[in-house]
Design a protein around this ligand. Structure first.
Ligand code: F6P
Length: 357
């Protein structure tokens, strides 16, 4: 029995702890773990790019190190991989061949829903066992309360927002903080709530400028001359318009809604407006204790599934317990904020605006 492990998609905090947890638990059962470098890219070509992982390498420093020491990829679907000359090749057979060449019986993937869909298809095609560990700062993987990396990103975004309050107050400024999250508003909602924002805009609740204007006027009427707006990158207005563009590889890329709102609100509000974004610090930050714990629990559970000969399972958290579910229930799906749920309800109670009333 030999485990192959890779990280896939955008990086985040807690990945090294998850790789370590798998390696240590596997070694305890005499199973060797091979770390695949650069995600599926490390399995393309004639020779796989990998290293044999040793439990003793996972010191405290490495377990808490940001990002992933194995590297990852978030560009190019192996089934339609850019050939560099404008055309696309199917590289899935190379990946299967290299997994078999390494003698890997189970591949453990750590990634989001998009990577899961791809790896599920590849491993099915190659008759290889697959166990999945969810990670993403967007927290949009379905069927799990938390994915690795989310709470570290929330901590970093909250600190960022917290650090703007005093200066916003001193200079009478409306601060707009744009955060990542793709089509799910979890990160904006959690950090905006924890960071005492006045307005939180999330993709699940279309906003209108009139509502934001009314909220700011109410703040001014209460004697306060500054405000904090936290906006998730993929929010849409009442007509469904978002700020987005296509990357060279055809991927939808978000970013820029903060500047757009500044321009639009500047036309209707007599106020100084500043825009900033924690950007990739949300991904590149060090893990919180919560993310390290989650990584340890997910890693341990993943190895238990390997020992039981399971395949096509994703580890997940449900009601605080670590469980496993069929990856077919998750692949290609994504989980958005429940607009009727507790978190939105909690935010509305102290009168935080979602730009919709
Ligand atoms: O999915 C994680 C994420 O950080 C999103 O929140 C964001 O939209 C995207 O990745 C950014 O990816 P990239 O760094 O490739 O632009």
């Amino acid at each position: 029995m030999k485990i192959g492990i890779l990280t896939s998609g955008g990086d985040c905090a807690g990945l090294n702890a998850a790789i370590g947890a798998v390696t240590i638990a596997a070694a305890r059962h005499g199973i060797e773990t091979l770390g695949i470098r650069r995600g599926t890219v490390g399995l393309m070509g004639d020779e796989p790019d990998y290293e044999v992982l040793r439990p003793e390498s996972f010191t405290h420093d490495l377990m808490h190190k940001p990002s992933t020491f194995l590297g990852t990829t978030n560009k190019g679907n192996p089934f339609q991989y850019p050939d560099g000359e404008g055309a696309f090749d199917d590289r899935s057979e190379e990946i299967i061949r290299n997994i078999q060449k390494l003698g890997i019986s189970t591949l453990i993937g750590i990634g989001g829903d998009g990577s899961l869909e791809i790896l599920h298809e590849i491993t099915q095609k190659g008759g290889i066992n697959l166990i999945w560990i969810p990670k993403t700062i967007d927290n949009d993987v379905d069927q799990t309360e938390f994915a690795i990396g989310f709470y570290s990103a929330v901590r970093t975004a909250t600190r960022f927002i917290n650090n703007l309050h005093a200066t916003a107050q001193t200079h009478d400024v409306i601060m707009i903080t744009e955060v990542m999250g793709r089509d799910a508003g979890h990160l904006a909602l959690h950090s905006g709530l924890a960071g005492t924002a006045d307005v939180i805009l999330i993709p699940e609740i279309p906003y209108n400028l009139e509502s934001i204007k009314a909220k700011y006027e109410a703040i001014k009427a209460s004697g306060r001359n500054y405000a904090q707006i936290v906006v998730s990158e993929a929010v849409k207005d009442l007509e469904g318009n978002k700020i987005q563009r296509k990357s060279a590889s055809g991927k939808v890329v978000y970013g820029g809604i903060g500047e757009y709102l500044k321009e639009k609100l500047g036309e209707v509000l007599q106020a100084e407006i500043r825009v900033q974004s924690p950007g990739h610090t949300l991904r590149g930050c060090s893990p919180t204790a919560q993310d390290v714990m989650l990584a340890l629990q997910f890693g341990q559970k993943a190895v238990e599934l390997v020992l039981k000969g399971q395949t096509g399972r994703m580890v997940a958290m449900k009601d605080g317990d670590i469980i496993d579910i069929d990856v077919r229930e998750v692949a290609g799906k994504s989980c958005q904020v429940d607009v009727e749920g507790d978190m939105v309800h909690t935010a509305r109670a102290p009168n935080i605006s979602f730009g919709d009333e």
